[in-house]
Design a protein around this ligand. Structure first.
Ligand code: ZN
Length: 146
């Protein structure tokens, strides 16, 4: 799959806390097994109870658009070919209180609406050689309207 924001766009530096999100090919959310709270971004401790018994749980991969902004002006030359694009905040099904940011790929930017149901899709490509995560495959979550 071609990269939505272009081949020059900055990739995440993988660590133990973001690796499930960027490589699993699933929508996951971190949950606290002590108090049941979900949180994003993941952390070593629960932001609700300060417990350390945090785990990743698979979500359904669906959610609801809570906010949308259409970007018309490239804020960096790497984005010149991508504009206009819609940036959305999606509340995740199965992870109360967790919202994530992404793009909706299968609609014209001005056709993305608050309240729209979306399903995750993944841009899959190998992490470039020499950038610290050689051999890993990135599966960047994006969204499609359903
Ligand atoms: Zn907790």
């Amino acid at each position: 799959m071609a990269r939505h924001l272009g081949d020059d766009w900055v990739l995440p530096t993988l660590d133990d806390w973001n690796r499930p999100w960027f490589t699993s090919g699933k929508i996951v959310a971190q949950a606290c097994e002590d108090c049941g709270a979900f949180q994003q971004p993941p952390d070593e401790i629960c932001g609700n109870c300060q417990g350390t018994n945090v785990v990743f749980r698979d979500c359904s991969g669906e959610g609801t658009v809570e906010s949308v902004a259409v970007v018309h002006q490239a804020v960096h030359p790497w984005l010149a070919d991508a504009v206009p694009y819609a940036v959305v905040v999606v509340s995740l099904d199965g992870a109360p209180g967790v919202s994530v940011i992404g793009n909706v790929l299968n609609r014209e930017p001005n056709d993305v609406r608050i309240g729209q149901r979306v399903r995750a899709t993944f841009e899959e490509f190998p992490y470039p050689d020499g950038e610290g995560a050689d051999g890993e495959t990135l599966r960047i979550p994006q969204w499609e309207a359903v």
